[in-house]
Ligand binder design. Sequence first.
Ligand code: CTP
Length: 403
Amino acid sequence: MPDLRGKRILLGVTGSIAAYKAADWLRSLVKEEARVTVVMTEAAERFVSPLTFSALSGQSVYRDMFDEAPDRIMAHINLSREADAILVAPATAQTIARLAHGMADNLLSTVILAARIPVIICPAMNSFMLSHPATQDNIRRLESFGYHFVQPGSGELACGEIGDGRLSDWDVARETLLSLFQPNDLKGQTVLITAGPTREALDPARFLTNRSSGKMGFALARTARRRGAEVILVAGPVQLSDPPGIEAVHVTTAEEMRRAVMDRATTADVVVKSAAVADFRPLVCADHKIKKGQQGIQLDLIKNPDILAELGAMRTHGRILVGFAAESRDHADEGQRKLREKNVDLMVVNDILGASTGFDVETNQVTLIDRREALTLPLLSKEETADRIWDKVLQLQSESSAA
Ligand code: CTP
């Protein structure tokens, strides 16, 4: 299950103005049923009261190296033994410097020095402090030790300056955290995913499109990234934010999608076409709004390029091609036909009439059809479905390299 349920997270909060945001992150972690223990530095307590964190985590906050309570005497050793990962958020320049030099002069730095579990650091500071060579050196040094960094965001900072140094959004840190608990089995691979609908303009005000939300394609992008892949996501118009850590290319029409895919497909080890490409577009797009004046109108439509079939026709050895078929009837037959006709390795077939498998829902139930077998998966979340698709892709890759 690609979520944080039951994961034991040690949240280290240090003395930045962004410390109040860590309280919100803690809430999100608790909502996902992660088990969170909080360690605060003295400076962090100047910004937010430990009471806030203990109320939200349901246990008292660790603050002092020399706490004499019997269960806390060896806290600097025990805390990391009892955790799956350490998340330092926000991490100040001072804490980063401490950790880079192996200092053990407060509880948090001592815990981290004694830890043998993954550490994620989320810097938050003034942009000059962040770009200073000393901080940059410290970050590189910590990266060389295997620490993970979450890129700070850009924008207006508490000091009034505009630049890099804002604590990242929770979603970005969450993705890094989730990737720790996933196999890194797509590392070294570039995957190109298409998602969402396309729009084909009729006039300046109107277009033809379909009901695709892009959720399945975005789930594929997030899960592939978590499993270590370099991800290129070519998305039609959707109401979703770009997953962190990927290259997102936004397009509108089928023709634009085709160009974006063809420009990048040669670098991809896997291409997954989950987009619902409009099959037809208006022969002409009127320069001005079409007036209703008459009783009815005839639309002249011409066929759009079939991007997947084009990729299938110019297959390169080793590249896995995956297509989607959203069907309302004859699902298996249609999947088999498209597998053959488009010359792809895998078709993912789903039923668009099902209440939990149709458009714009969080779940899906698909059948994976390859040249040897058809495998029907249970009803799963779109992320779980995406993970099963990646498992299948890896299986097809290992079968093809063994052949
Ligand atoms: N596809 C594509 N370019 C198109 C149409 C479809 O790349 N112009 C891809 C889709 O992204 C999907 C697969 O082909 O991966 C199947 O799409 P689908 O719409 O189910 O099939 P069609 O080819 O449109 O066939 P039909 O209209 O007969 O269902």
